[in-house]
Design a protein around this ligand. Structure first.
Ligand code: NDP
Length: 275
């Protein structure tokens, strides 16, 4: 992986004292087989030190195998999994994840979405940290109101909110509320699940910098201080997506990209909820 342009740009501090690498590999919709094992291994070989999986993805075994095949020491890798909120007990479910991953702990355990309300799962999430099953705990797909409700009850506040975030979904009010509460907003679908790679405005900026649209979208998030977890199962793209620390978008580029937002700067996490 290319060197970060500024000190500290490759990782973000969390409110609990841990740090999260700014770039990770996402593995949603990657089969629990060689495809996933290889993607994880290629990413670690390319310098990624952060992998994002979930109980719902059904591929934790392959993530664990990819980590072991890479030979990269466990302590150098930041592993996230997510509590599947149609189940009841975050502790029991994380014990299952650790068995499938072949790990003693995950670095980040997050509630995948606020099914049945934002607070009921949290005592179990806090317990996973006390048991040293998870180094950090957080949430995903939480809107501002849901974060406020959770903060009222939490003994240990969430340190991450993983949400759909990219120039076309620049949720400014959610982003600012997370920052005000010391919660790091982490971007999922930073490429819009591939949909934003053909956008003409993105392509124009990419051409001007001699970069690819994927690199521009990821760089936009990094310059906003938002960790990025692009998914690819193709080795050249995995490598390409890591080359985002050796160029800089101008203020004008950033503004052009900011203005692509289609959410009206919302404080919501999703326009279309599946729960
Ligand atoms: P991304 O926004 O990362 O886009 C991935 C798509 O873009 C794939 O089709 C991939 O194809 C393609 N792609 C990747 N890199 C390139 C490139 N350099 N050039 C051209 N095409 C490229 O999609 P996701 O929606 O998967 O989001 C990323 C991760 O975020 C997920 O994998 C998951 O870990 C997380 N996530 C979390 C959610 C949550 O509810 N918490 C919800 C959704 C995602 P190919 O693989 O064929 O290369």
């Amino acid at each position: 992986m290319s060197q970060p342009t500024g000190s500290g740009e490759s990782a973000h501090g969390l409110a609990d004292g841990n740090t999260i690498p700014m770039l990770g590999l996402g593995v949603w919709q990657v089969e629990n087989e060689r495809e996933c094992v290889d993607a994880v291994r290629w990413a670690l070989e390319a310098g990624y030190r952060h992998i994002d999986t979930a109980q719902a993805y059904g591929n934790e075994e392959s993530v664990g195998m990819g980590i072991r095949e890479s030979g990269v020491p466990r302590e150098e890798i930041f592993v996230t999994t997510k509590f599947f909120p149609r189940r009841r007990d975050p502790v029991v479910e994380l014990e299952g994840s650790l068995g499938r991953l072949g790990l003693e702990f995950v670095d980040l355990y997050i509630v995948h979405w606020p099914a049945g309300g934002p607070t009921w799962a949290w005592p179990g999430m806090e317990r996973t940290r006390e048991l040293d099953y998870a180094r950090s705990i957080g949430v995903s797909n939480f809107a501002v109101g849901e974060i406020d409700d959770l903060l009222q009850e939490a003994q240990q506040p969430p340190v991450v909110n993983q949400v759909l975030f990219n120039p076309f979904a620049y949720r400014k009010r959610l982003f600012e509320a997370c920052a005000a509460n010391d919660i790091v907003l982490e971007a999922y679908s930073p490429l819009g699940t591939g949909r934003h790679l053909d956008d003409p405005a993105v392509a124009q900026i990419a051409d001007a910098h001699g970069r690819t649209p994927a690199q521009v979208l990821l760089r936009w998030g990094i310059q906003h201080g938002v960790p990025q977890i692009p998914k690819s199962t193709h080795q050249p793209r995995i490598v390409e997506n890591a080359q985002v620390f050796d160029f800089e978008l101008s203020e004008e580029d950033m503004q052009t990209l900011d203005e692509l937002d289609q959410t009206g700067g919302t404080d919501c996490a999703r326009e279309d909820k599946w729960w």
